[in-house]
Design a protein around this ligand. Structure first.
Ligand code: SIN
Ligand code: FE
Length: 293
């Protein structure tokens, strides 16, 4: 089997500042997944009970914290239990953010904390439409939450207690992926961005960048031949593994697994070490026009 060209492994066994890996902005920005097979998120003995889908409210597939207030969403249970669950997720938010700033010192003062999510529901059991089906390869893009070029850096950790890996597929480089569909993607309808925002369908204006990213997301998921035959590798992240990638750039699919924590970190394109590697700049180069508005 070929060596996986996307995943790079590192030996770190601590979240703290004295761990060995730092200054790897170029690796993550060029579309790699940084994997840390010896970097577990330690649960307290009394937190192990949270590794159970019964803590979700049944509507949301995840439990999440919304920052800056850090309010708990998608969870159900007694107040004391939910307080303890929240403290566990807050600890993950703090450790993973500090870790990202060690890995990527260039981002200091620029990284913003996005949602933190805890995913105790089995990937296999998450019933959904084709558009929400994350077992299909995709780049992250959201219908209601336009990023306007802001990057999505994510820190994942498998906390499964019974040995089960989080199984992903990773796919082709972003530029190759964009070239695959760009010719078929039209411009948004004139006035549509203002209309979607005015109706509250989007949280802010869906720029042409967001339009193209959502089209890439949807076309990839709807394309059975792409899913079957495009260049791809299976990756298994064992329990105790942490991994980091730009999920708006790395083609990924979650094929199986249960019990994961994920921290989203946001950063503007201009604050990257190499802004030209971003999806925004890549698409602008391929289309030869600005996409910000
Ligand atoms: C995704 O971002 O597509 C899902 C990742 C996961 O749940 O492992
Ligand atoms: Fe995704």
């Amino acid at each position: 089997m070929d060596a996986d060209p996307v995943v790079r492994e590192y030996p770190d066994a601590t979240w703290a500042d004295d761990g060995p890996t730092r200054g790897v902005e170029g690796v993550v920005e060029s579309g790699h997944v940084l994997a840390f097979p010896h970097l577990a998120f330690a649960l307290e003995p009394e937190e192990r009970r949270f590794l159970d889908p019964r803590w979700t409210d049944g509507k949301a597939k995840n439990v999440s914290l919304r920052w800056p207030a850090g309010e708990l969403r998608g969870a159900a249970g007694a107040a004391a239990d939910l307080g303890a669950l929240r403290r566990m997720i807050v600890r993950y938010a703090e450790q993973s953010e500090a870790f990202a700033l060690r890995l990527f010192p260039h981002y200091r003062g620029k990284l913003r904390r996005g949602n933190t999510s805890f995913r105790p529901v089995d990937v296999a059991g998450r019933a959904r439409s084709w558009r929400q089906d994350d077992t299909r390869l995709h780049v992250d893009a959201f219908p209601s939450n336009p990023m306007q070029g802001t990057r999505l850096l994510r820190v994942f950790c498998n906390v499964n207690p019974s040995g089960e890996a989080r199984r992903w597929r990773v796919g082709e480089p972003f530029e190759a992926h964009a070239r695959r569909y760009l010719g078929a993607i039209g411009r948004p309808w004139p006035g549509s961005a203002a209309l979607l925002a005015g109706l509250g369908i989007t949280k802010r204006r869906r720029t042409e960048y967001d339009h193209v990213m959502l089209q890439l997301h949807d076309r990839a998921k709807a394309d059975a031949e792409f899913q079957r035959a495009s260049p791809q590798h299976a990756v298994a992240f064992a329990p105790g593994t942490t991994w980091v990638c730009y999920s708006d750039q790395v083609l990924h699919a979650a094929m199986g697994g249960q019990h994961m924590l994920e921290q989203t970190l946001l950063i503007d394109v201009e604050s990257l070490a190499r802004p030209e590697t971003s999806p925004l700049r890549t698409l602008e180069r391929l289309l030869n026009r600005p996409l910000r508005y």
